[in-house]
Design a protein around this ligand. Structure first.
Ligand SMILES: NC(=O)c1ccc[n+]([C@@H]2O[C@H](COP(=O)([O-])OP(=O)(O)OC[C@H]3O[C@@H](n4cnc5c(N)ncnc54)[C@H](OP(=O)(O)O)[C@@H]3O)[C@@H](O)[C@H]2O)c1
Length: 340
């Protein structure tokens, strides 16, 4: 007996990846429903060898569904995730809507899988932001080794992190530059083609952006509330894959070799760090892959116990869809097993 799964936001970047990963990992589903807005209702989309007809979220009945993977945007999740949860379906939500709700566990299975146990309060589990996700996977084994005190991070985030329309905008602007045409701006505040933009999500009163705030508070919720994080989040003209330059300060001594060994032994991480041309990973190579890649591991001599790292991952996979499916796999393994 398999599970009944709904994928909400199935026509989007993350939803598309969710369907692909559910099929790829042979998730034990008896039925998968593809759900999106009225705009896409009736459209057919692929799921493995099958084709699914997209259903309209407004009229969708979650009763009888075991798990719903949500990525329709925060405002839509705010309305429909609690509706699904009340119908008895466990929601794994990819949006920012519930991440900091104290009753909702915020989960990266490689880091805090045990916290899933708290899902029953609201029947909702939150997936962190893509930039947080890859960073905490890499920080966890280092924190276990030498206790992290402070993190200074600059991100290089691909346009797919802002959805399908953002990918189209990079494509269209790039084409327009070559064709010597006027550049159209819709999703981004400045030109993204051949440029970088130090502004993701809205500005907050202290001058930081909400993306930077999320990276700090989500790291604290998932890994340790005592870790200080200062972030600068930057959008770059890359289609898929986020990179992060991270400086980590520790309470205790840690060598580059100890860090390298701990990272290589940790789940979900691939260390590629050869200190020669091509001996590191860039976002383009991470696209379509599951791992969080760590390169450029070196000592930060400006603090007593410090390391600098380069962390890269596919933001649509580990940064979103893969993590959600891993949470679903943990749920069915430990918390909602069906009788054979
Ligand atoms: N992309 C990432 O790296 C990433 C990572 C982590 C979290 N997230 C979060 O995941 C969410 C989706 O991101 P995305 O990149 O997949 O965006 P996207 O490509 O723009 O897709 C949005 C999806 O939501 C659906 N949707 C929009 N309004 C809806 C409504 N009123 N009712 C039902 N469905 C609706 C869309 O359906 P239609 O096709 O019918 O419009 C589409 O399936 C966002 O909250 C984002 O912050 C994204």
């Amino acid at each position: 007996m398999g599970y009944r799964i709904a994928v909400v936001g199935a026509t989007g970047n993350v939803g598309h990846e969710m369907l692909e990963i559910l099929a790829e990992r042979e998730f034990p589903a008896d039925e998968v429903a593809a759900v999106a807005s009225a705009r896409s209702a009736g459209r057919e989309i692929e799921f493995g060898d099958e084709r699914l007809v997209v259903e309209d979220l407004e009229g969708f009945d979650f009763a009888g569904y075991d798990i719903a993977l949500f990525s329709p945007g925060a405002k839509v999740s705010a309305v429909h995730a609690p509706r699904a949860a009340e119908a008895g379906c466990v929601v794994i939500d990819n949006t920012s809507q519930f991440r900091m709700d104290p009753e909702v566990p915020l989960i990266v299975p490689e880091v805090n899988a045990d916290a899933i146990a708290d899902f029953a309060g609201r029947n909702i589990i939150a997936n962190p932001n893509c930039s947080t996700m890859q960073m905490v996977v890499a920080l966890k084994p280092l924190h276990d080794l030498a206790r992290i005190r402070r993190v200074v991070v600059a991100t290089y985030q691909s346009v797919s992190g802002a959805g399908r329309e953002a990918m189209d905008e990079l494509f269209e602007q790039t084409r327009a530059v070559y064709a010597n045409e006027v550049l159209d701006r819709k999703k981004f505040t400045k030109q993204i083609a051949f440029n970088v933009i130090p502004h993701i999500d809205v500005f907050l009163e202290d001058g930081s952006t909400k993306e930077e705030w999320k990276l700090a508070v989500e790291t604290q919720k998932i890994l340790d509330p005592d870790i200080d994080v200062i972030a600068t989040c930057v959008r770059v003209p890359v289609f898929i894959g986020h990179a992060e330059a991270v400086c980590v300060e520790f309470d205790n001594p840690i060598t580059v070799e100890q860090a390298r060994q701990a990272l290589a032994a940790a789940p979900g991480i691939s260390v590629i760090d050869h200190r020669v041309d091509e001996g590191y990973v860039t976002p383009v190579e991470s696209a379509g892959e599951d791992a969080v890649y760590v390169s450029r591991i070196r000592k930060d001599e400006t603090v007593e116990h410090g390391l600098a790292l380069w962390i890269v991952s596919d933001n649509l996979r580990k940064g979103a869809a893969l993590n959600a499916v891993q949470i679903a796999e943990t749920l069915i393994k430990f918390y909602m097993r069906k009788a054979a």
